[in-house]
Design a binder for this molecule. Structure first.
Ligand SMILES: [Zn+2]
Ligand SMILES: [Zn+2]
Length: 381
């Protein structure tokens, strides 16, 4: 494989890569509504000779270059924009870089189709909807998008504080996230006779303080936060009968997160019970923490090394953010994965409606993805 030919081809296309990004950036669409985005991607891939399947999990796109042979190596991008309120108006903005991820995966596919005929029979491209909802990856997996995939590689831009421009990691270690909602039930009464009731507002407040008293081991990179409280909205003359408390737990892996969830359960139960109220769990939303395959991470690391050199490689970055990417391996446990964090000097930062990037990161990301596919197919994935 002549890598200099690949670098030369990407260098020649750098302006076009930025153009693609600008096109996608100017078409921000909400989760499962990425119709123009997916139509554009499907059109480009079709013109480049890919077999394209559109409408997977509503707006997802899956593309291959022909009959696949194992190991199948898939690159995954997300397409959805985030909802923001700007000047009092709700609007969608690409503030999480998904337009950049789609650009890089699209161009990696095009460059591989032009320069690497030997990678063609192993390559699959997956563009998923709705990452921000936590549902897109699961629905793509349930639609069969990764049934024939041996290795799946994702990519996300990073702010300079985590990974500056010119550097990348093959192992962006997303946190496990658990969001649990409890219903708290007391007993209504006249507020002049509170001793005859059980005040759900008191129980909810006591539960919040109890949850705040949980102190995760600081070495475990974990946080516990009360993110929602509600009790009573009726007349001021009544003791509220019902309320709710919502708690988010983040930790570096699922085991630590579920251990903390037990403590949260206990804190809410005991604090509410001390006030005479009943508690039940209404829902638990779980986004799995990252678990990567060492061989896949090593292959992607070699690709980063070739593109960015020794100073450009960061072995592993721990991030408190979570990612629905990890539902692919949860749905298909034998799937091998790695996830690239690419330095792009995001400013002011992710999920900020003013978020901008260093556009030179796009071509670097394309090169890292192209060489990752080559490394993975060469090593037999
Ligand atoms: Zn995001
Ligand atoms: Zn994102």
């Amino acid at each position: 494989m002549d890598e200099s030919k690949i670098f030369e081809e990407i260098r020649k296309c750098e302006n076009e890569i930025v153009e693609t990004y600008r096109t996608l950036h100017s078409t921000p669409e909400g989760p499962f509504e990425e119709r123009k985005t997916s139509a554009y991607i499907a059109g480009r891939l079709g013109a480049a000779g890919f077999r394209v399947e559109s409408g997977v999990a509503e707006t997802g796109v899956v593309a291959t270059l022909g009959r696949l042979t194992q190991p199948v190596v898939a690159l995954r991008a997300d397409m959805d924009a985030m909802e923001h309120e700007v000047d009092g108006k709700k609007t969608f903005i690409h503030s999480c870089g998904h337009d950049a991820h789609s650009t890089m995966v699209l161009w990696a596919g095009e460059i591989l189709s032009r320069c690497c005929p030997q990678a063609e029979e192993h390559l699959k491209l997956i563009f998923q909807p709705g990452e921000e909802t936590g549902l897109g990856a699961r629905r793509m997996a349930e639609a069969g998008a990764v049934d024939d995939v041996a290795v799946l590689v994702g990519i996300h831009l990073r702010p300079a504080t985590e990974c500056p421009f010119g550097k990348a990691t093959p192992s962006l270690q997303h946190s496990a996230s658990l969001t649990v909602r409890y219903r708290v039930t007391g007993k209504a009464a006249h507020s002049g006779r509170p001793h005859l009731g059980v005040n759900a507002a008191d129980a909810v407040a006591a539960s919040a303080l109890a949850v705040n008293g949980i102190k995760p081991d600081p070495l475990l990179c974990a946080t516990v936060n009360v993110v929602g409280l509600q009790a009573g909205a009726g007349p001021a003359g009544t003791i509220p009968e019902s309320g709710a408390i919502v708690v988010n737990v983040r930790a570096e892996n699922d085991d630590v997160a579920f251990e903390l969830l037990k403590k949260v359960d206990g804190a809410v139960l005991h604090a509410a019970s001390a006030n005479g109220a009943q508690v039940e769990t209404v829902s638990v939303k779980h986004t799995p923490g990252a678990v990567y395959d060492p061989g896949t991470v090593a292959a992607v690391k070699r690709a980063i090394l070739k593109v960015l050199g020794e100073p450009g490689v960061i072995d592993r970055i721990m991030t408190p953010g979570s990612e629905d990417f990890h539902f692919y391996s949860q749905c298909r446990p034998q799937l091998k994965t790695a996830y690239i964090g690419l330095g792009a000097d995001l400013t002011p930062g992710l999920h900020d409606p003013r978020c901008t990037l260093n556009l030179k990161a796009l071509a670097l990301g394309v090169a890292v993805l192209v060489l990752s596919v080559i490394e993975l197919t060469n090593q037999g994935a």
